[in-house]
Structures are given as structure tokens and as C-alpha cells.
Design a protein around this ligand. Structure first.
Ligand code: MLT
Length: 444
């Protein structure tokens, strides 16, 4: 153990956030690392394994740096998928009503059920899983999918093997590293040891070749996919479920963007036969109702899903939630109750339609300029190819020349190299201005 007062060694050159690139072109950031110890507490070695900070704060840092250098720049962000449009009134009225109720004897409530309000669980089950055999006791309300994903790692523990789509939403890998379920970062491949990276490339239609995938305990699967915007067909999802069942794996199915599906593909994994025996599904109102700041999500853990010793997974999930969580805010759940009414659902679809129009404009812009463009049809993300160029360089160039923030594809994993993700979450006038700037720089 390091003695008090000892000087820590600088970590030196460190790979940027999950960045994947050939060694020769690797972009590096220098971590501030020399400091005097003030305690004798050893640093959690799993946190020390993380190459650098979480992707989006790193992008935020670069944006601030650009703003400092260019104080007059009117920077537009189509980087992080953060909603920009006001929450519909039918929902904010309910949020206000729930808040006002707390000022009355009848309306006041303290701690609620850790699993969520019974009425909300019922309505989530009937609104999103009608006819799919999911009951309200299988739906657990939470403060969002990202938090549930971290708690899931706690549920399964560190002795669990993991597979992810590559590229993937970074929370799956980073949470797994923090939990100790992985080895160290391999600097050559930009992959953590003991994680199976299932390549999702344009060559395979962004759906992994399961015949080449290792057998693992958990498979994180985001559909429609963040970041590629790809949406799996029913047949592909059936093959995924069959693969998991054959291997005794559990799929953690992230359906955060399911409401954006418009081509008839399944919106829930429970539309797939056998999924209730091998899948957990997590979802949230962040991208449905503009709740990225409000925070409300849910996770479905079916009664039929069991561990190898026969213990129902949801028994342990309940134990985790009751230990680590005191239930979602009662005010926010009041808003959630409005989201699942017919009026609330229609209003959410209004938001979805708005962002999808942005998608169309962004897609058209890049197609017109001759880029390879994927996604943006069943998902609010457009995945743009800059073949042969490191994503972080493209990100930096677009920021420099267009005052526009995007997300470098390699930030989502090695297979994202050569792409940038453009988010459709933005105000229309900003999207239109971003398109004008892009055309000026990259147009023919
Ligand atoms: C993203 O930009 O990938 C997401 O919005 C981030 C998140 O949902 O946490």
C-alpha cells in the first residue's frame, strides 16, 4: 500500500475515452496525475483501469476549450443525445400537480415503494407490453436506464462474463470495468480484456455475427442502436434470443429508443419468443418525453428469468433496488403517470416526430454531400462515415470549422472508428444552421 505522503507516479500518456485507433494514430490526453497522498486508502483498482474520463464529459471539456479559444463562436451541439424541446404541457401539468399535492395533507407522501408506484407499474405494463405477457410486478420504476445498468452490474457481480455490441453506449463497458468484471485496457486493440466485443459494422448491417461470438453470461444489446442508429429485424432478434438461450446467457436489452421505430420492427424484446426466459429490458422517458433532466425510467425483469440455481432474477433485482434505491421521485412519477395516458403518449409522439424531422434533414445533408450515411430512420442518431480518418480528428475538425459538436464514433468502441455520430436532439433552427455550416465546409 502507498505510504502517506508518498508521491504517485504520473500515469503518462493515456488513451482517450474508449478511443480505438491504430497505435500510430492514437490521440492521447495527459491525465493530471501527480499528487500527494492524504490518506492511506488504496484506490479502487477497477477505477484505475479506466483509460480516461467518461465520453460525454470529455466532449464537454473539448467544447469548453474551443469556446475559450473562440469566445464569439456560437457553438451548436449535436453531440450528446440530450433533448432540447419543452416537455408537453399535459405532462408538466401532472408534474406541477404532483408537486403542489405535497403541500397538502392528502397529497403529501414520503418514501414510496422502491419498485415504483403501483399505478405507474400497471400503466407501464399495459402501455408498452400489452399482450406480451409482462405483468406490473415485473416492471421496476427507476431514475433512468443508465442508473439501472450500473445497478445491474451490482446484481450480477464481478464474476460475470460480458459481451457488448461494438460500437456501444459506453455505460455498459465502463460500468463493467468499475464493477471488476473485466481485465485491463489493451492499448493495442483499445479493448478491455475479458469483454467480448461483437463487431457491428456496415459489412454486417450493424448486427453481430453470432456464429463468431463467444458464449458469455451477459449480452448488452441496445436496439435501436446507439450509436449506429441501426434497428434489428424480428428475425435478427429471434436469432439473438436463440443464441442467448442456447448459451444460457442473459440479454440486457436497452430499448431507450424503441419509440423511434417506424418500420414495424419489434419495439420490445418480449415480442420475441423465448425472450421472457433470457432477457431483461430497460427503458426510459428521457428520449420519449424529454425527461433527460427529470429522470424516470423502468426495467422489466420477467418472473420466468432464473439464475442457474433456479432463483428468480427479479427476486435479487428487488433486493438490489430496495437496498440501493429509495424509489423514483414521487413528483416525477406523477409526470410519468401522465406520459402513459393516451394524451401523454400522443404528446410524446409529437416530440418524436419533431426529432425525426431533424433526423431527415441531417441525413439528407450528409447524403447530398456524398458521405456514407446510416441510421436516422428508426433512431434519433445519424452515423456518418469518414472512411480512413480517425473519428477524433473528424470530431475536432467539425468543431473547429463548423463550431459544431458531434460525437466521435471510436468513443463508442473500436468498431466506431472512422465514423461520427450526429444526434437529432436539437432545436430545428440549430439543426438548420448546423447543416448550413456543414455544407459550407464539406459541400461539393
Ligand atoms: C447519448 O448521447 O449517447 C446518450 O444520450 C447519453 C445517455 O443517454 O446517457
Amino acid at each position: 500500500m502507498m505510504k502517506h505522503g508518498a508521491t504517485m507516479r504520473p500515469t503518462g500518456r493515456t488513451a482517450v475515452v474508449g478511443a480505438a485507433r491504430p497505435r500510430a494514430t492514437r490521440t492521447v490526453v495527459r491525465m493530471a496525475a501527480v499528487s500527494e497522498a492524504t490518506t492511506g486508502v488504496k484506490r479502487n483498482p477497477n477505477l484505475a483501469k479506466l483509460g480516461a474520463g467518461y465520453l460525454f464529459p470529455e466532449i464537454g471539456r473539448r467544447r469548453r476549450e474551443h469556446q475559450e479559444k473562440n469566445p464569439d463562436a456560437k457553438i451548436i451541439s449535436l453531440g450528446i443525445g440530450d433533448t432540447t424541446e419543452p416537455i408537453p404541457k399535459v405532462i408538466t401539468d401532472a408534474l406541477q400537480g404532483a408537486a403542489a399535492g405535497l403541500n397538502t395533507k392528502e397529497g403529501y407522501s414520503g418514501y414510496g415503494a422502491e419498485q415504483g408506484m403501483g399505478g405507474l407499474r400497471d400503466k407501464l405494463a399495459s402501455r408498452f407490453y400489452d399482450g406480451l405477457g409482462i405483468g406490473s410486478d415485473e416492471v421496476f420504476v427507476s431514475d433512468g436506464s443508465k442508473c439501472d445498468i450500473s445497478r445491474m452490474l451490482m446484481l450480477f457481480g464481478s464474476d460475470t462474463s460480458i459481451a457488448v455490441q461494438d460500437p456501444a453506449y459506453p455505460a455498459y463497458v465502463d460500468s463493467s470495468v468499475i464493477m471488476g468484471a473485466t481485465g485491463v485496457l489493451n492499448e493495442e486493440t483499445s479493448q478491455y480484456n475479458n469483454i467480448t466485443y461483437m463487431n457491428c459494422l456496415k459489412e454486417n448491417g450493424f448486427f453481430p455475427d453470432l456464429s463468431k461470438a463467444n458464449k458469455t453470461d451477459l449480452i448488452f444489446f441496445c436496439n435501436p442502436n446507439n450509436p449506429t442508429g441501426a434497428c434489428a429485424t424480428r428475425e435478427q432478434l429471434q436469432s439473438l434470443v436463440d443464441f442467448a438461450k442456447a448459451n444460457g446467457s442473459i440479454i440486457v436489452y436497452d430499448a431507450a429508443y424503441a419509440i423511434y421505430i417506424e418500420d414495424g420492427s419489434p419495439k420490445s424484446i418480449y415480442e420475441i419468443e423465448g425472450a421472457d426466459e433470457c432477457c431483461i429490458e430497460t427503458c426510459s422517458f428521457s428520449k420519449y418525453a424529454g425527461f433527460t433532466g427529470v429522470r424516470l425510467g423502468w426495467t422489466v425483469v420477467p418472473n420466468k428469468l432464473k439464475f442457474s440455481d433456479g432463483t428468480p432474477v427479479n427476486k435479487d433485482w428487488n433486493r438490489i433496488m430496495t437496498t440501493c434505491f429509495n424509489g423514483a421521485s414521487n413528483i416525477v412519477q406523477g409526470g410519468g403517470l401522465a406520459c402513459v395516458t393516451d394524451a401523454g403518449f400522443d404528446a410524446m409522439m409529437g416530440l418524436v416526430t419533431y426529432y425525426k424531422e431533424n433526423c431527415k434533414l441531417i441525413r439528407e445533408c450528409f447524403v447530398e454531400m456524398g458521405f456514407e450515411v446510416y441510421g436516422g430512420v428508426n433512431a434519433p442518431y445519424v452515423w456518418v462515415g469518414f472512411e480512413g480518418r480517425p473519428s477524433w480528428d473528424v470530431f475536432a475538425e467539425i468543431l473547429e470549422k463548423c463550431d459544431l459538436v458531434t460525437t466521435p464514433g471510436s468513443g463508442f468502441g473500436p468498431s466506431g472508428e472512422g465514423f461520427v455520430r450526429v444526434s437529432a436532439f436539437g432545436n430545428r433552427s440549430d439543426v438548420e444552421e448546423a447543416i448550413r455550416r456543414l455544407k459550407k465546409v464539406y459541400g461539393k
